[in-house]
Design a protein around this ligand. Sequence first.
Ligand SMILES: [Zn+2]
Length: 179
Amino acid sequence: MTRMTPLLERNEQFARTYTPVALGPPTAQVLIVTCLDHRVDPAIIFGLRLGEAVVIRNAGGRVTQAVIDDIAYLAYLAGQLFGEQVFADSLFEVAVVHHTQCGTGFLADPSFRHQAAEATGLAEAALEASAVADPHITVKTDVERLLTSPLLSPKVSVSGHVYDIATGRVTTTLDARHP
Ligand SMILES: [Zn+2]
């Protein structure tokens, strides 16, 4: 008996009616970058089904170098596997989704950040870079960061959105555009 036991029971239910999804491009042609917060589950918020969208999650949903690297690789892979026959000039849209009440917001406070760095051994600069105090501001920063990265495929577009924890509503801050 572990804490996973009830979840594994749910998986058993899931597997009973499961139909495997063939390897292919995400059918919604969307890649979502968002926070790891358990209240911000893209599958539930956007009603995603299996095979529809790639999801990358980290603290804050920030566009870090690791996220940029993953997107660059996925764009290459999608081009190699499904490229010309499926997509003329657009592989997928990267939707950066930041949210209100983000736990990383505390890191905008210098003394909290300093304490967190001391206690965890993490670099203060890295903690500062992950802070989402105002999601409307950080989502714009991160969309720009991705669009100006030399690693971003010109076949990938990027958009920015904010999820409001209080209402469950997602609003678009920046419409999709190519680098
Ligand atoms: Zn968050």
